[in-house]
Design a protein around this ligand. Structure first.
Ligand code: DP6
Length: 356
């Protein structure tokens, strides 16, 4: 059998109502629903190749999966193990047992690269697991598609559910621009807002000390956890209504309250921790007076220090200049809203970020 090579691209997403706290940590089922905006060129590109196994220490150790990392930052051993585990999970979910044997004397080589710094608060696990899921699914389809009608086509809903088990927020990167994730399913939702641009003030690009997986556990020890699920359900209703009514001011207000609520959980957990850097707080204080206008930016933070200013694409340039003038020493990443993960070679816009 000759080598099979498949690739996929998946964007990051930024939640306005956050997935924080798990109902089931094994399946990554969330304690509460969340709503996010899918991005476009801030993405992961992954290429997988199925080839003959040639022996050798690394391949034996990682068999049947070999991971290459083409980003400047080296993947940790834990990250590699997660990738291998997830690759097996995707194959197990899609390929019937007897046929899986075909993979046993083969090597799957995985090459993956991000268009943004890892661990910077931009959800690399979301785009990473979505791209990996899609690339492996395509490989399964190429190899077993003829004999398995079930693989033609593979629904994005199923792939999103498999991906979620690798990293929860990745299930929201398969569609866009707006996605609601509740329990097992992540679906596109209606919005009449104009096209949006996310301007990300990069306050710090070093990997974070507390991973989001740790944060998911710690938040439950906060006294503020009580009532969180009901509060979120209320915010979800309000946000869905504001999106449909094209009410940017209401969206901005909900995102602002959710940002503070999630970070307050971090600040009040049993072992308190913070992602705030001095410039994070400076940016939040600076933007607050702007939030009372008719078309305020939507401001949010992930489990990281970087500040997302989400604004209508038509006013993005004006906002970028304004933010840059206030924070001259910091880089700003810019991305548009997007439609979700796709098979194949990445778009031009995605590549431009790789050579910064
Ligand atoms: C703060 O999806 O990274 O970005 O399921 O453990 O991989 P795991 O967690 P992850 O959590 C993301 C948390 C968040 C909020 C969000 O994206 O909704």
């Amino acid at each position: 059998m000759s080598d099979f090579r498949c690739s996929a691209k998946a964007p990051s997403n930024i939640a306005l109502i956050k997935y924080m706290g798990k109902e089931d940590p094994v399946l990554n089922l969330p304690a509460n629903p969340s709503i996010s905006l899918t991005l476009d060129s801030l993405c992961t590109m992954t290429e997988v190749t199925l080839g003959e196994r040639h022996g050798g220490a690394v391949q034996a150790e990682l068999s049947p999966v070999k991971v290459h990392n083409t980003v400047e930052t080296q993947l940790s051993e834990l990250a590699i193990q997660k990738i291998i585990h997830h690759t097996k999970r995707v194959i197990d979910c899609l390929v019937p047992e007897p046929e899986r044997g075909l993979f046993h004397d083969k090597t799957i080589e995985i090459r993956t690269t991000n268009s943004f710094p890892m661990g910077s608060g931009i959800a690399s696990s979301a785009s990473g697991f979505a791209a990996l899921t899609l690339a492996i699914a395509k490989l399964c389809k190429e190899v077993f598609g003829k004999t398995n009608p079930g693989l033609n086509p593979i629904s994005m809903t199923l792939l999103s559910q498999i991906s979620r088990q690798g990293s929860g927020s990745s299930c929201r990167s398969f569609e866009g621009p707006w996605v609601l994730w509740e329990n097992q399913s992540a679906c596109k939702i209606e919005s009449r807002l104009p096209p949006l641009t996310d301007l990300i003030l990069l306050v710090r690009t070093q990997p974070k000390k507390i991973s989001s997986s740790q944060a998911h556990e710690l938040v439950k020890t906060s006294p503020l956890w009580e009532g969180r699920v009901n509060r979120v359900r209320e915010k979800i209703k309000l946000l869905q209504a504001a999106l449909v009514q094209d009410d940017l001011a209401a969206v901005s207000k909900i995102a602002w309250s959710e940002l503070w609520e999630m970070h307050s959980l971090f600040h009040t957990s049993r072992e308190t921790f913070t992602y705030f850097e001095p410039a994070t707080l400076q940016a939040l204080k600076w933007i607050q007076p702007e939030l009372i206008g008719k078309t305020p930016p939507i401001v949010t933070l992930d489990a990281g220090p970087n500040v997302h200013f989400i604004v209508p694409a038509l006013s993005a340039q004006m906002w970028k200049e304004k933010i840059q003038a206030e924070f001259p020493g910091f880089k700003i990443l810019e991305d548009q809203q997007g439609l979700g993960a796709s098979y194949g070679i990445p778009t031009k816009s995605c590549e431009t970020h790789f050579h910064r």
